[in-house]
Write a protein of this length. Structure first.
Length: 140
């Protein structure tokens, strides 16, 4: 029953992104990010009738130096360009409805191919637009 379409994009030993394709199916919950990653990425799966008891997650002070971003394409098509630390493109990832990506390291750019809407999630707190993005000149 499990059939996972997971793509890991690495360059020179550094993980830049992880993609879970819409057609992925797992029988039980499975996370794909390394346990030490500051952002956990996976699929939740339970059979009908499953009930998770009421709970909350313990407060735990964490120090996070990186800011990762995940988005899930709800509709449309988008290309995500991944660049290395020198500003050279290393990969273009095409995402379609239901695909999800977590951007882990490096510079990225987004090109909308078909009108799109995505759910976007990243670590907070949000410090304002002027502190959120650093524009980068890249090499063709």
């Amino acid at each position: 029953m499990s059939k996972v379409f997971l793509e890991i994009f690495e360059h020179k030993g550094v993980r830049y992104a992880e993609v879970i394709r819409a057609e992925s199916k797992v029988a039980i919950t499975k996370f794909f990010s390394p346990p030490e990653s500051s952002f956990q990425f996976g699929l939740l799966a339970h059979e009908a009738g499953f009930i998770e008891p009421p709970h909350y997650h313990k407060e735990f002070e964490r120090t996070i130096k990186d800011l990762q971003q995940m988005f899930v394409v709800q509709r449309g098509v988008v290309d995500v360009d991944l660049y290395d630390d020198d500003g050279k493109i290393i990969e273009t990832v095409r995402l379609k409805q239901g695909d999800a990506i977590v951007l882990i390291h490096g510079v990225h750019a987004i090109k909308v191919i078909e009108d799109m809407q995505c759910i976007s999630v990243k670590q907070g707190p949000f410090l304002g637009a002027e502190n959120d993005k650093i524009m980068v000149s890249v090499k063709d």
